[in-house]
Design a protein around this ligand. Structure first.
Ligand SMILES: *Cc1c(COP(=O)(O)O)cnc(C)c1O
Ligand code: SF4
Length: 376
């Protein structure tokens, strides 16, 4: 577990044991939102402050005091800091970047719904997050649109799901759905549960990482009424695993909610086999199941985070066979233009024909498996 950045407690006049600190609404209200707020808790040169301010003209920032307390104030390359603090490089725009590289707008049959796959729908319920990740794929909406959707907008999306019987899995995301009150979230969950063909509901939230005090007994008691509910969260680095975040994850799993993790591969933050292995092994120790590892999307201002695709494939190859299979995420890219998620490998099949499969094990040794003699 990390040492806390004590400057946070001085700046806010609280301690880690204060009731305010443990209150998610206090954390949310007191988010750090500009260069002067950052400079109270981190070492920043005047040039860095000017860069942050320049970046904020284009993209919003917000950091919970809790998440800021994980930053090493003296290390400009700190992996927590790099996810939270704007870089001037976000203002660089390249020709291959767009605000909406996944074509989500054109895959939207009604407002706030994205339908990429026949049997599932992505339901964007808010534009707010506890922290605005610098690498956010959906930054065209997130931090731009104020607040959560209205009840009327929710009803319109629910009506679409109701009249589309192919949809059996609804993914509630945003923004972060757990920035909504329990009552507002319950309005949506209870609405979904009146639709018979919706078998599974998923919630995508970074709250266990950036605002772990949001995972209250009251929230979990509410979610339990609408089972089966699955949650996916978003840890990117082992430094984000603290007593608080592990506690939040443990409470979710104890409530009978399966908890998965999606990470984004980010240059200078977690782009090594060592960093990913450390994170994945620590996640399974707290009963979080690694799900996806994403190649960074072609979103405006993210060029400095992108890695060579072979880096991700190489990382998964190093993990495969060397750690538990269930500790290894699937490495995927979301296809530019809107083709959905595509697994990128690694590939262990050397060749396949009518006679046999030639395949490679994790040590690079070659094996043959004969095809069945009898075929249809
Ligand atoms: C990622 C995603 C889903 C869910 O995909 P899974 O592979 O089932 O996790 C659904 N809809 C959209 C638009 C998505 O981007
Ligand atoms: S929590 Fe998710 S939606 Fe919110 S800023 Fe981070 S990546 Fe974007």
């Amino acid at each position: 577990m990390n040492d806390r950045n004590d400057r946070i407690f001085q700046a806010f006049g609280v301690s880690a044991d204060s009731p305010e600190w443990k209150d998610w609404r206090w954390q949310y209200r007191n988010r750090i939102r500009d260069a002067s707020g950052l400079s109270r808790v981190l070492d920043m040169s005047d040039a860095e402050k000017a860069d942050v301010t320049a970046c904020l003209a284009r993209f919003r920032m917000a950091v919970t005091p809790y998440y800021a307390s994980l930053i090493d104030p003296l290390d400009p390359r700190d992996p927590v800091r790099m996810q939270a603090v704007p870089s001037i490089r976000e203002t660089e725009v390249y020709p291959w970047e767009t605000p909406d590289p996944l074509g989500e707008e054109k895959a939207s049959p009604v407002k706030n719904i994205v339908r990429r796959y026949p049997d599932r729908a992505l339901f964007l319920v808010t534009g707010c997050c506890p922290m605005y990740c610098r690498h956010c794929t959906r930054r065209r909406l997130v931090g731009e649109r104020d607040g959560a959707i209205t009840d009327a907008e929710a009803d319109e999306a629910l009506d679409y799901i109701r009249r589309t019987p192919e949809i059996r899995d609804v993914l509630i995301s945003g923004g972060d759905p757990l920035t909504m009150s329990d009552a507002r979230l319950e309005y949506i969950l209870s609405g979904l549960r009146t639709i018979e063909h919706v078998e599974v509901v998923r919630i995508g939230t970074r709250a266990p990482v950036t605002l772990p005090m949001r995972i209250t007994p009251e929230l979990l008691a509410m979610l339990k009424k609408y089972q089966p509910v699955w949650i996916n969260t978003h840890f990117n680095h082992a430094r984000e695993l603290t007593e608080d975040s592990a506690g939040a994850c443990g409470r979710i799993v104890d409530a009978g909610i399966p908890l998965g993790n999606q990470s984004v591969l980010l240059r200078g933050i977690n782009d090594s086999a060592g960093a990913i292995k450390d994170l994945m092994l620590k996640l399974v120790k707290i009963r979080v199941r690694p799900y996806y590892l994403y190649q960074c999307d072609l979103v405006e201002g993210l060029e400095h985070f992108r890695t060579d695709v072979r880096t991700g494939i190489g990382i998964i190859r190093e993990l495969t066979g060397n750690i538990s299979g269930f500790a290894i995420p699937e490495f995927v890219a979301d296809a530019p233009g809107g083709g959905g998620k595509i697994p990128l490998g690694p590939n262990y099949v050397v060749s396949v024909d009518d006679e046999k499969v030639v395949m490679e094990n994790y040590l690079g040794e070659i094996y043959e498996y004969p095809q069945p003699a009898e075929r249809m």
